[in-house]
Write a protein that binds this ligand. Structure first.
Ligand code: MC0
Length: 151
């Protein structure tokens, strides 16, 4: 069934989950739910080691993932958040075909983005974030998949 909505946000790209030990948590997701690792990387800028577990392809040509995030530095956003909250759901990411245009549109509605320009996210994607204090307590990430990376 196709969607009739006109939002530029066309999929849940991923749910970001903070964890203390990536390998152990990956094994939990495999043994408990049967989800396999689709992609792994270190994002030095964000201070994380991460695994993307693909859940399903989406109607916009992209896909939805669970993203498991282990901090690699004490001053990273994930380490700071876990010090307060422990492990758990850290952010939700929406997919869009144009992260710059979508961010500009949302900022125009009075919601702060965290970066003036999009930065690099998982699998070569371009990302920005919306401030959780402007979004009813949810850290929202906007994701534009890498060119030709429509898994
Ligand atoms: C902080 N707050 C949150 C939150 N993090 N609320 C909901 N969800 C979260 N994840 C709330 C705090 O409780 C606090 O509220 C207020 O925001 C300020 O937080 P803080 O603890 O003082 O920390 P800040 O202000 O230094 O940093 C928060 C901020 C930061 C969201 C700006 O975490 C950030 O820049 N995040 C974006 C980058 C990121 O998260 N990277 C990790 C994923 P109160 O009421 O106590 O004032 S990297 C990733 O996901 C990439 C690789 C990808 O997907 O491709």
């Amino acid at each position: 069934m196709s969607s009739s909505q006109s939002s530029p946000l066309t999929r849940i790209d991923h749910i970001g989950i903070a964890c203390r030990n990536l390998d152990e948590t990956v094994e939990f997701y495999r043994a408990t739910y049967g989800f396999e690792v689709f992609h792994c990387e270190v994002n030095e800028e964000q201070g994380v080691r991460e695994a993307m577990l693909k859940i399903n392809d989406t109607g916009d040509g992209g896909a939805s993932y669970i993203q498991l995030l282990e901090p690699i530095r004490e001053d990273s956003a994930i380490a700071k958040w876990m010090a307060k909250n422990g492990e758990g759901v850290h952010h939700i990411a929406f997919g869009t075909a144009d992260v710059t245009a979508t961010t500009t549109d949302i900022v125009g509605k009075g919601i702060r983005s965290l970066y003036p320009e999009a930065r690099r996210g998982s699998m070569g994607s371009s990302i920005n974030f919306l401030h959780p204090k402007d979004a009813h307590g949810v850290l929202v990430e906007l994701v534009q998949a890498a060119e030709g990376d429509e898994h």
